[in-house]
Write a protein that binds this ligand. Structure first.
Ligand code: SF4
Length: 274
């Protein structure tokens, strides 16, 4: 990984050589909810959308937190440069499967610059994706490693690491246009959306509505293996729930390797069937 800044800087300046940095110095920056909405709506391509996501500063509490963490760092990573910016969507540009989590981890994505990368949840997730043929490698350690998703793209409903892993409802709403536009941009190819955890399950419904999906009423309950058939102007999409591979869930056995593999096998097979 390229060290592109002094180790006490609060974030990596865009376009300075960090691997896979989607932004450049002139990428427009959103400073509030209205600018998120307009910059997401007007992004001319998926690449520009992710660039704009990656420099967003619309949520003051989250910007302060992600940059504070990037300066203070955890002892185990004290010698590393932290990304300290929002985590953009990552993976295949014409995916058949979207994987949606809630938010990046303070010392995972906020450090490595890539979603679910460099933390225990990501270790479980990528290992499972590799076993079922949706990732090129069983591990994901940092941006610029040899990891690659196969027919799959990962997104977070909230793109910045929140204190205590808990974004506020207002922060979730502010970030929603980034998610909705990314769903629209990938809708031609996506056949399955896997949602990790109950919080992401709650967060995705307004984004699906904004993206033009017809939504069932009442809202279906979240559960591991829960399935909902959705229709949009682009066709049918299966929404698939999965328990989050958080440390708490994996330590307690609430989520096992077999359970994760079953969900992603189902997603893979369904995405290839139509
Ligand atoms: S959470 Fe989303 S809207 Fe808020 S600052 Fe981060 S990227 Fe921007």
């Amino acid at each position: 990984m390229t060290n592109v800044q002094p180790v006490n800087a609060p974030y990596v300046p865009p376009g300075t050589g960090w691997p896979d940095d989607p932004a450049v110095a002139g990428t427009p920056v959103a400073h509030g909810p209205a600018e998120v909405r307009s910059l997401a709506a007007e992004a001319p391509s998926l690449g520009e959308l992710t660039a704009r996501q990656s420099v967003c500063r619309a949520c003051p509490r989250l910007v302060e937190w992600r940059e504070k963490v990037a300066v203070e760092r955890r002892r185990a990573f004290a010698g590393e440069t932290y990304w300290g910016r929002p985590i953009a969507g990552w993976g295949d540009e014409d995916p058949r499967i979207l994987i949606v989590g809630l938010a990046p981890a303070a010392h995972g994505g906020n450090r490595t610059g890539r979603i679910f990368t460099g933390d225990r949840s990501g270790d479980w997730l990528f290992a499972s994706l590799y076993r079922v043929g949706l990732a090129a490698s069983p591990t994901s350690t940092h941006a610029g490693d040899d990891q690659r998703l196969i027919g799959t793209r990962m997104l977070a409903a909230v793109r910045c690491a929140p204190p205590d892993n808990k974004p506020t409802p207002a922060e979730r709403n502010t970030c929603l246009p980034w998610l909705a536009r990314e769903i629209v941009e990938t809708a031609d190819s996506v056949r399955v959306i896997v949602v990790l955890g109950g919080f992401a399950w709650q967060a995705i419904w307004p984004a699906l509505k904004e993206a033009g999906f017809d939504l069932p009423r009442p809202r279906p309950m979240f559960g591991h293996g829960a399935e909902v058939e959705l229709t949009s102007p682009k066709g049918g999409t299966l929404l698939l729930g999965s328990y989050h591979p958080s440390q708490q869930n994996t330590f307690t056995g609430r989520v096992t390797e077999a359970m994760l593999d079953a969900v992603f096998t189902r997603a893979r097979d369904r995405s290839l069937s139509n």
